[in-house]
Design a protein around this ligand. Structure first.
Ligand SMILES: *Cc1c(COP(=O)(O)O)cnc(C)c1O
Length: 399
């Protein structure tokens, strides 16, 4: 039996079956490349759902973690450590917010934003006790906790996990009017992804983000962008909201903040909002720990020094042009922003997954999101020539 088969069997036998991975077993990675246990090389077009924007094992981020491991490990937040402040300072500078609350995973950061919005509603806006509402969008993806799946519209995500946390309302995405009409005196916040990644890279119409910004300002509702997937240069700007005049009140980040090496997430807000959190009201044993802080700091420095925002913008245009130039009758649409790209197949082309298998043969790892869509989101350090040949391979697979 091949090593690939053996390892997959172990995963199947001992692991919970909550994923359906493509049948590739990876054992090495560098930059935009990953290798399987048989030695075959692939272009990583998923980047761990955009957690590896800086490329696999970026030398500066690896070094920062190694250096940290030699001097200080976990302290908990019961004491200060000598790394967190510098990290949060950089994170605030980079995002343009006054304060940051470090967590570990994206879902935890989203949970943090929900608690922040509710407390703000009671303590600042004057919403009556336990009446706060948070508005979210159809086809949202914000993570996997019970509260978060309770506001999901995807039956795979929520079925048989109830009863759920009350206090959420759902409106269509890309419809500022629907948001406006859903807001009441008890609305605390509107939580939304500026581009819906898991829904299949749904890019809203131009003007939507600035319009929801206006609506939230007028109605004294917090605008909270979940940029766990779209943040840190993926869409061609530092954050996807920066494509419009739409600065949120609360920014939720994760994934690429850990440079592919360590789970690092956080919530950003200005001081007067963040200060509704008081000692004892929220926390995390691992949040802001020295390794996370060292990795988070280096991850941002790499994004900045290597101008990965501009790179994503340039390469994204080029890659989408190349995909459109394929001109396959099977393709319904190529869409995206920066290097967050989706290729949607027509109904009659059949489901996306068999195409992903064909792409594996061509040395490209890409994942289907929803039945008809393949997402392409390579590390932002990928070479233009590499992307050109990937587009060629995608063309062959579609032929
Ligand atoms: C991945 C993701 C999350 C959840 O992050 P985890 O680290 O998996 O908990 C939340 N929001 C968005 C938009 C995501 O893409």
């Amino acid at each position: 039996m091949s090593r690939t088969k053996e390892i997959i069997e172990l995963d199947e036998r001992y692991g919970a079956h909550n994923y359906h991975p493509l049948p590739v077993v990876l054992s090495r990675a560098e930059g935009p490349w990953v290798w399987d246990v048989e030695g075959k090389r692939y272009l990583d077009c998923l980047s761990a759902y955009s957690a590896v924007n800086q490329g696999h094992r970026h030398p500066r981020i690896v070094q920062a973690l190694k250096d940290q491991l030699d001097v200080l490990d976990l302290t908990s937040r019961a004491f200060h450590n000598d790394r967190m402040g510098e990290f949060l300072n950089k994170l605030c500078e980079y995002t343009g917010f006054g304060s940051a609350l470090p967590m570990n995973t994206g879902a935890e950061a989203v949970e943090t934003s929900i608690k922040l919005a509710r407390r703000w509603a009671y303590r600042k806006k004057g919403v009556p006790k336990d009446k706060a509402e948070i508005i979210v969008c159809c086809e949202n993806f914000h993570g996997r906790t019970t509260t978060i799946v309770g506001m999901s519209t995807d039956p795979d995500a929520y079925s048989d996990f109830g009863p759920f946390t009350p206090g959420f309302k759902i409106v269509p995405f890309n419809d500022a009017r629907a948001l406006d009409e859903a807001i009441t005196d008890n609305t605390a916040a509107f939580l939304v992804e500026p581009i819906q990644g898991e829904a299949g890279v749904k890019v809203p119409d131009p003007g939507y983000l600035s319009c929801v910004r206006r609506v939230c300002s007028e109605k004294n509702v917090l605008l909270m962008f979940d940029e766990v997937q779209t943040g840190f240069c993926r869409t061609g700007k530092r954050f996807a909201w920066m494509h419009e005049d739409a600065r949120p009140d609360v920014l939720v980040v994760g994934k690429a903040l850990g440079g592919g090496l360590y789970p690092v997430s956080g919530v950003l807000a200005d001081r007067e909002i963040m200060d509704v959190f008081t000692p004892g009201s929220h926390g995390s044993t691992f949040g802001g720990n020295p390794m996370a802080s060292a990795v988070g700091l280096a991850s941002i420095q790499v994004l900045e020094d290597e101008r990965l925002d501009e790179r994503a913008e340039r390469l994204g245009e080029r890659f989408m042009d190349a995909l459109r130039a394929i001109g396959s009758p099977k393709v319904k649409e190529v869409r995206g922003k920066g290097l967050l790209v989706a290729l949607e197949l027509k109904e009659e082309a059949g489901p996306a997954r068999p195409y992903c298998y064909k792409l594996i043969e061509e040395g490209i790892l890409a994942k289907d999101t929803h039945a008809q869509t393949i997402r392409f989101a390579p590390p932002l350090v990928v070479g233009a020539d590499v992307l050109d040949s990937a587009a060629g391979a995608i063309g062959r697979v579609l032929a």
